[in-house]
Design a protein around this ligand. Structure first.
Ligand code: PLP
Length: 373
């Protein structure tokens, strides 16, 4: 990424932390298969074990509860398939890697602030004796809204259901505690907080049922066959250790939102009535499509995102905002600004200046037409 860019798209991916990068280079240079008994193998095994302790510490888990995966998507898919429950209830604002993981999921609605409806969850669970798995994310990737996970766990466990929580956007940004929350399964992804892409973890409470659909060697205590991505895991561990030591405050987000709302009082911050990640703002620019905004900001050297960054690069209408009751035309004007470990206050100032410029340019160019009418 060119240094001249202002990067405010950490929820898509965070730049790699230098210490994580160094750990990866070291691991790649050293080589070794963690399953080999000789010296090179033992060294690689030691790296994986160290990273396992670091990742476990980030989420208050035991090292033995961490299973490394190829990222958040695999962790989500594996949890939903491996828990062995036929009935799956998921919130309406989950990431596609949960929503599309399997057919026939039951959707639990959210309110205007994007919070899962616990009453509906409770009633739905009571409606069938079939043992269920409930999957509700920790923090939303588009709005940053934090779900009441401890309450979800209380309701679900009382009904005999297991709970999976996609904590891909929460971990490394705010405190996430597997046992404190009481969840059975937790998904993590390294690249959302300064580790590499292509590595993550499924963290499982000791004793939580799990059957792996990966057949092969006995890696990861027989829970995820395949030679470990040693370098990726080493980078993940270092990023987890660094992220755990520097969790974000709300100061920049609140200042940014207050300024943008001053510039455009008709703008709307989504999920403002709920607890949110301190590093995420999802805000509309009245009358300006998000695609136009993203392109204009890109020309100004600023990387931000319109709704969810989908793999095809195409901007689709945000299902998350629609689930929150936002009108489709308005949802198309929503921009996601997300910060992270490498963000400096100048980045926010730069975004504010570009946002003001674009808004004034668009509203000014509308004015003559309005006067002529
Ligand atoms: N879950 C959430 C909430 C996400 O935001 C993402 C990535 O955008 C994922 C899961 C998928 O993670 P990964 O990119 O590691 O597969």
């Amino acid at each position: 990424m060119p240094a001249a860019h202002t990067y405010l798209d950490h929820n898509a991916t965070s730049p790699i932390r230098p210490a994580a990068f160094d750990a990866m280079v070291e691991a790649l240079q050293a080589g070794g298969n963690p399953s080999s008994v000789h010296r090179a193998g033992r060294t690689a095994r030691a790296r994986v074990d160290a990273a396992r302790r670091q990742v476990a510490a980030l989420v208050g888990a035991l090292p033995a509860e961490v299973v490394f995966t190829s990222g958040g998507t695999e962790a989500n898919n594996s949890a939903l398939a491996g828990a062995g429950r036929k009935r799956l209830l998921v919130s309406a604002v989950e990431h596609d890697s949960v929503l599309k993981a399997t057919r026939g999921v039951e959707i639990v609605p959210v309110d205007r602030n994007g919070l899962v409806d616990l009453g509906v969850l409770e009633k739905s669970l009571a409606a069938s004796a079939e043992p269920a798995l409930v999957s509700v994310m920790f923090a939303n990737n588009e709005t940053g809204v934090l779900q009441p996970i401890a309450d979800v766990v209380r309701v679900a466990h009382a009904a005999g259901a297991l709970v999976h929580c996609d904590a891909v956007q929460g971990a490394g940004k705010v405190s996430v505690d597997l046992h404190g929350l009481g969840v059975d399964y937790l998904s993590l992804s390294a690249h959302k907080f300064g580790g590499p892409t292509g590595v993550g973890a499924l963290v499982m409470r000791s004793g939580a049922p799990f059957v792996s659909d990966r057949l092969g060697g006995g890696q990861e205590a027989n829970l995820r066959a395949g030679t470990e991505n040693v370098a990726g895991i080493a980078g993940f561990g270092v990023a987890a250790a660094e992220a755990g030591g520097g969790l974000a405050t709300t100061e920049w987000r609140d200042g940014l939102e207050a300024t943008l709302l001053e510039i455009a009082p008709a703008a709307r911050v989504y999920g403002m009535g709920a607890g949110r990640l301190p590093s995420t703002t999802c805000i509309s620019m009245p009358g300006v499509r998000a695609e136009t905004q993203v392109m204009a900001f890109d020309l100004a050297g600023i990387c931000v995102s319109a709704g969810a960054a989908c793999s095809s690069g195409k901007v689709t209408r945000s299902a998350v905002l629609l689930a929150m009751g936002v009108e489709p035309a308005e949802a198309e004007t929503a921009l996601r600004i997300s910060f992270g470990w490498s963000t400096v206050s100048e980045d926010i100032e730069c975004l504010i200046a570009a946002w003001r410029d674009l808004y004034i340019r668009v509203t000014d160019s509308d004015m003559p037409r309005a006067r002529a009418a």
